[in-house]
Design a protein around this ligand. Sequence first.
Ligand code: 6R9
Length: 571
Amino acid sequence: MELQKISARQGNHNLQNYEKMRETFNWEDIQKNFSWNETGKVNMAHEAVDRHAQNPDKKNQVALSYSAPDREEDITFEQLSISSNRFANVLKKYNVKKGDRIFLFMPRIPEFYAAFFGILKTGAIAGPLFEAFMEQAIRDRLQDSEASVLITTPDLLGRVPQEDLPDLEKIILVGDHNENSDTYIDYQEEMKSASPDFAIEWVELEDGMLIHYTSGSTGKPKGVYHVHNAMIQQYATADWVLDLKEGDVYWCTADPGWVTGTSYGIFAPWLKGVTNVVRGGRFTPEDWYGTLDKYNVNVWYTAPTALRKLLSAGEEAVKKHDLSSLRHMLSVGEPLNPEVVTWGLDAFGLRIHDTWWMTETGAQLIVNLPSEEIRPGSMGKPIPGIEASIVDNEGNEVPPNQMGNLAIKEGWPAMMRAVWNNPSKFESYFINGWYVSGDSAYKDEDGYFWFQGRLDDVINTSGERVGPFEVESKLIEHQAVAEAGVIGKPHPERGEIVKAFITLNEGHEKSDELLEEVRQFVKTGLSAHAAPREMEFTDSIPKTRSGKIMRRLLKSWELGLPTGDTSTLEE
Ligand code: 6R9
């Protein structure tokens, strides 16, 4: 089959000459865009919010265009600066200091953004948690991070296992409630009396800013630790990759509980000072097209799983709306199918630009740029300042077209600086000067990277990372379940779904009702997105002699593939 190519887009893109930029670029060139370059005073909240609020030409510009089925609000940079100042004062009043971990567990509502920047203004480290998490997921993350304050809503409070969280001193509640012990702080009331002025805590570029928990194939979720310095790369990619321009309206559909929702749903657009659309509520094609239309969105960053759903909704749905403002579309989170790229050309008349990066990398690394040709199915090429390659397990580069580990030469501005409480896990990412991603890929002769799959057992369902170990641990907590093995099974719309194999304890009968009961147990105990969509009884779970679950084998069985090397299989 002949390789399809979509030629570079004509127009006034921020990055015009990729090749030349790659040769001449130095990360220091980006520094001039930040006020700390002259003042020496660093804080992400200043660059993303206060700097615009202090600019007479920008302070009244809408920073956040918020809407949900039941609420609509436009918030200017000045208003966001004031509300985050107030929140920072509330935190100060309760003794929050630089370096403390302050977590947010709430839906995407405007209060989230005031609280988020309020945290950064005190120099504390923010930890956003996905709204769908249930008790076990919350417990693991708050215990590991030793968070001292949590901001949540009365609706979600029931999922916070306070008795297991000795470090949690205060809970700030957003919304009406009847809690009156000293632990609880009422958001509304405190914000009313808090001063709108706050002396921001100046930090170092290498000081902690954010922790995102993410799943690996073994163990509990890991706290990926990011520092203020990430802004350098987030700014650069907002410019080159998102192609944001003054006056743009931008929409990133990701939730801030995941890294795309912070790096590109908060930092990148506001570092560039554009209007950021946030849409709450559930996804439907009609709602999403309606949002693009209503807000005259110019630049849209979304995910393959959503694009596939839009594709199945048909072209008629697109044609009902005026999407003429849309100039630039991007995708992240999982492989972007070539047919989706081709559909995008027909449906929107626009190219969809795939981008590759990870929670650990903090910002985009391998991308399709407007000024470059697109090869549908390829993730594109490394941004200026980044050296990417394919390496073998010893960290030696392999020739073009050969599969191996997708790896990045160590040291880029937005790279994680630690895994919280887990230095050996952090070390394990690096081999021979390369950050090894856990993805397999190959690079073609022209330097385009092609994703092949995960090398570990991490499941990518609708763009969300699920660790099989976490799900297995929850499954065996159910009284009927003896052992469990969890895999990702390919699925046309969701990329992969979570599939669980379970064995039963003595005295329990196999039945469809029991399967459903166990499924619900995971859904309500861990989180909806991690609950197995498919479950099956089996008589035994294949394990190695050292007792590791052989998920690879389960997967081969499931897909009817050859089982490969089974020499380590337990008798
Ligand atoms: C930003 C984000 C990271 C993992 C990554 C890879 C997969 C992300 C992709 C992609 C194919 C792309 N992934 N982008 N796979 N093509 N363009 O998604 O972070 O949640 O940590 O996931 O997602 O497997 O290793 P995160």
